[in-house]
Ligand binder design. Structure first.
Ligand code: XUL
Ligand code: CO
Length: 436
């Protein structure tokens, strides 16, 4: 197999190609429905998995060295950034996402950390220009440091709330400087382990105060992009406040934040919540809150957030069907919040993993359009609700009836024949289209 340094740029070679370092389905400039695949998919590299993490788990240390031969912290983070942008060039990925601590070393004080961060934002700004890349979204890591052990905005300690605010302020400034179109809040440790030590109502109010201040600050500074909440039901805390899309929507509505906040839906978080990926996407869409996607997949047999690169074509097809039906991405995109398995520990593996993920989504996009063009599934769903197009159904939908009228109407009904949902037939159509 070719070595990382010998590979210049991954290009499209078609599905018959056996060269592992080519795209089989992702042809960036190819147009589908008038838009290039690149613009449909808006792929982003996750800095934390790809550039920062070295494969450590709770049973063992890292299996990859990403220090690039440097020991001085700033030099090391600059070398990481150089690598990151060259990697994006190789993969033909246009966007990236980061946490503050992914791109800069942490100092001995809040101030020193933010100074390092700002230095690295300037460095990344130049690289971004040079390599013609864009920031999809940024976020603050307000969950790793020990001070965040009991949460950040929901910490019982007000100084922790303030530190978290300082970090978010710096990250919003960075997002604006780098032209990012999104700003993410993933709860991290915003949740709890036991009600014996927790005032849930107070913590939720504080979380809302925090998000409101961040929104007000960002808007005052001219941030025009979307703020996102990234739902996750558990891990690291037992009960995460942002359990799933429905829970987040309830929170946003209660605290009047729906105007500015949308959802960043992550596949593996959806399955941890006991939902399918496309259920969570649809939930965001029907609530006018679809924003961005963290693309990955979990493992059926493992109960945690395995963050695997997505290779399940059913999932990506059904995902892209939701995205297409929602009108496509605006400020959001597909961020690979995914990591190679610990034994896949070479730089070539990083390329292969991204190729797998990008091709799986490209195939999903193609198939989603095939499903639209075929039309049978859309038609079936439309017809299934046909009883609402006339008569009493039409009146219900037009809000022109009431319970008494419906009761009178119902008393004259002998029996009702509900048509079959034909799930198995529809699944066969799906297979017919996907495996033509
Ligand atoms: C954690 C997770 C985060 C967010 C950003 O499960 O998904 O990496 O995407 O903080
Ligand atoms: Co994520």
């Amino acid at each position: 197999m070719q070595k990382y340094n010998d590979i210049k740029k991954i290009t499209y070679a078609g599905k018959q190609s056996t060269d592992p370092f080519t795209f089989k389905y992702y042809n960036p400039e190819e147009k589908i429905d008038g838009k290039t695949m690149k613009d449909h998919l808006k792929f982003a590299m996750s800095y934390w998995h790809t550039i920062a993490a070295e494969g450590a788990d709770m049973f063992g240390s890292g299996t990859m060295d990403k220090s690039f031969g440097k020991t001085d912290p700033l030099e090391m983070f600059k070398a990481k950034a150089d690598f990151a942008f060259e990697l994006m060039d190789k993969l033909d990925i246009e966007y990236y996402c980061f946490h503050d601590v992914d791109i800069a070393p942490e100092g001995n004080s809040v101030k020193e950390s933010i100074d390092y961060f700002n230095t690295m934002v300037d460095y990344v700004y130049e690289l971004q220009k040079k390599h013609n890349k864009k920031l999809l979204w940024a976020t603050a890591n307000n969950f790793s440091a020990p001070k965040f052990m009991a949460g950040a905005a929901t910490s019982p300690n007000a100084d922790v709330f303030a530190v978290a605010a300082a970090k978010v302020k710096a990250c919003i400034d960075a997002t604006i400087k780098l032209g990012g179109t999104g700003y993410v809040f993933w709860g991290g440790r915003e949740g709890y382990e036991t009600l014996l030590n927790t005032d849930m109502g107070f913590e939720l109010d504080n979380l809302a105060r925090f998000l409101t201040m961040a929104r007000d600050y960002g808007r005052a500074k001219g941030f025009k992009g979307d703020f996102y909440i990234e739902p996750k039901p558990k891990e690291p805390t037992k009960h995460q406040y942002d359990f799933d899309v429905a829970t987040c929507m309830n929170f946003l509505r209660k605290y009047n934040l729906t105007e500015d906040f949308k959802m960043n839906v992550e596949a593996n978080h959806a399955t941890l919540a006991g939902h399918t990926f496309n259920h969570e996407l649809r939930s965001a869409i029907v609530n006018d809150a679809f924003g961005s996607i963290d693309a990955n997949q979990g493992d059926l047999l493992l109960g945690w957030d395995t963050d695997q690169f997505p290779t399940n074509v059913y999932d990506t097809t059904l995902c892209m069907l939701e995205v297409i039906n929602a009108g496509g991405f605006t400020n959001g995109g597909l961020n690979f919040d995914a990591k190679t398995r610990r034994p896949s520990n070479t730089l070539e593996d990083i390329l292969l993993a991204y190729i797998a993920g990008m091709d799986t989504f490209a195939l999903g996009l193609r198939l989603a359009y095939d499903i639209k063009a075929d039309g049978r599934i859309d038609e079936f769903v439309k017809n299934r609700y046909a009883s609402y197009n006339s008569g009493i159904g039409k009146k219900i939908v037009a809000n022109q009836t009431n319970l008494e009228e419906l009761a009178d109407y119902a008393l004259n009904i002998e029996d009702v024949d509900v048509e079959s949902g034909r799930q198995e037939y529809l699944e066969t159509i799906l297979n017919n289209i996907m495996f033509k």
